[in-house]
Design a protein around this ligand. Sequence first.
Ligand code: SAM
Length: 236
Amino acid sequence: MSEQRHSQWRGIRAKSAAWWFNTRARTRVEHGVLETIRSTVRKDDVVLDLGAGTGFFALAVAPMLDGGRVVALDLSPDMLSGLVRHATRSRLTSRIEPVVAEATKTGLPDASVNLVISGNLLHELPDPAAALNEMARVLKPGGHVVIQDFHDGIVGRLMKALHHHQARGALGTDEIGRQLRAAGFSDVRVTASGVRYLATGRKNSICEAQERPEAPSGHEKETERGVIPSPHATGV
Ligand SMILES: C[S@@+](CC[C@H](N)C(=O)[O-])C[C@H]1O[C@@H](n2cnc3c(N)ncnc32)[C@H](O)[C@@H]1O
């Protein structure tokens, strides 16, 4: 599948996003994401916010860090300008590094990140599995991923029309679970709430990967719904 190389989040659309996306009127599940992140992140972590946009998640995570930093990556320089404006106002620029790049080719080294977060991005991508593979590549063994996006309910399906024709559209909750496991994540949990889902997983540690190069069949049956896990990455 060909890659999306430009963002539709430019100009006036990016300017309105910088206002609307950063209001407190974000849904409960999105605040649930912040709680999950809070219980997972350590102060000196390197956190990658993939599709950071105007920074709703990056700006919330940055104050949780001390010595760590958030790499706020987005295809759209206009969206990241909005993020930088907010970060400057909140005096958080020293903890946030804006990076203009494609979600499937971050340019970050292998195993260089403790936590990947991604809000409302996957449904816009032509190949979300490639983005999940990239998340797994840049994460340290034992590192966590926290993803929130529209699921394939009616709103998720309508969202497709708002985006680039190559966008894959919203994934179902079973599908995101399957794709996370295929990308090498374990402890996968997916919870749907309203029109969105929250998905979490942990990159297998080196020992686990050596002991278990392929997911055993029982692994496929691992529960996908339930309480979001919070243990922090170990052995990173
Ligand atoms: C709906 S916005 C979400 C922004 C932010 N995560 C939030 O929840 O407020 C989606 C963002 O993903 C970015 N995006 C879309 N396709 C991308 C890609 N292929 N690589 C990187 N970023 C991308 C867009 O530029 C936009 O800023």
